[in-house]
Ligand binder design. Structure first.
Ligand SMILES: C[S@@+](CC[C@H](N)C(=O)[O-])C[C@H]1O[C@@H](n2cnc3c(N)ncnc32)[C@H](O)[C@@H]1O
Length: 266
């Protein structure tokens, strides 16, 4: 039984944040699906679809059902068209060597033991099947002009995901993990969005960070005083159209299951 707690929950506020985040990022995922050339009738599995905008897009592309594993009952109950399992991935029952394509965006950074999760997915992939993970390498996160104590904020950002055993750098670790489960990395594409005050990128990152600073303030060396100082600097920066925010990088990591790999238990 997988016991970790998913950090961001499924409140209405979080669902709305996921919706606006998806508006910004879905075109990047669609471009990934174009490159992979997802075809009609492929067997597809999505992990952690959340509000499901990409689950709908995948169904549109295969012109049929798309299976999903989603640990939130709120999100799982809203998904249709496919075998939807409302469990954590490690507790899911997946068919062996069944899927042509397995996809997860922004799920792995939360997961303890990513190798066990990848081993499970590799077991469910057909030989030659494609695994695509879109996930963070959060090191690129910056605000210009850079506020005092920025490094403490970045440290708290990492500590937050590490709190439940996750990893905000997991995107960059994927190729080595893929290799351990018999998946050959065929492509890594970075996306580092940036924007000035008022832009969609600025609003997306302000919505996340300014609302989570209270939780981050619990994570030393970040403190409540530093959180307040960052929030003040952020709001000051917002008044200057020349200010720039640089987002945490998201990496598309695409792999192909080696034909000979039969793997361990799923
Ligand atoms: C940050 S949201 C991303 C949602 C969606 N993939 C997107 O790109 O908009 C992470 C999602 O993964 C789900 N999730 C987290 N851990 C999971 C696990 N172990 N098994 C299945 N779903 C999980 C959460 O419930 C949530 O819906």
């Amino acid at each position: 039984m997988s016991t970790f707690t998913y950090l961001l929950g499924d409140s209405r506020t979080e669902a709305e944040r996921l919706r606006t985040q998806a508006e910004l990022w879905d075109p990047i995922s669609h471009a990934l699906f174009d490159r992979i050339r997802i075809a009609r009738d492929w067997n597809v599995l999505e992990i952690g679809p959340g509000r499901g905008s990409l689950h709908a897009e995948l169904k549109r592309r295969v012109e049929g059902p798309v299976d999903a594993v989603e640990q939130s009952a709120v999100f799982a109950n809203a998904l249709t068209g496919g075998h939807i399992q409302n469990v954590k991935l490690l507790d899911a029952e997946l068919p062996r060597e069944h899927y042509d394509f397995i996809f997860a965006r922004w799920v792995f950074l939360f997961l303890p033991d990513p190798l066990a999760h990848l081993r499970k997915l590799a077991g469910a992939l057909k030989p030659g099947g494609i695994l695509a993970i879109q996930d963070y390498f959060r090191e690129t996160f910056a605000l210009a002009p850079m506020p005092d104590d920025w490094n403490a904020l970045v440290a708290a950002d990492h500590a937050f995901f590490e709190g439940e055993g996750g990893d905000g750098r997991i995107g960059a670790k994927m190729p080595r993990l893929f290799a351990e489960v018999g998946v050959e990395t065929v492509e890594i594409v970075p996306h580092i969005l940036s924007g000035h005050p008022g832009s969609a990128v600025w609003l997306w990152l302000s919505d996340y960070y300014l609302n989570i600073l209270d939780r981050y303030a619990q994570l030393a060396p970040f403190t409540r005083a530093k959180a307040e100082s960052i929030a003040k600097s952020w709001r000051e920066a917002e008044k200057d159209p020349a200010s720039l925010i640089i987002a945490p990088a998201v990496l598309d990591v695409v792999g192909r299951k080696r034909a000979a790999w039969r793997g361990g238990p799923t």
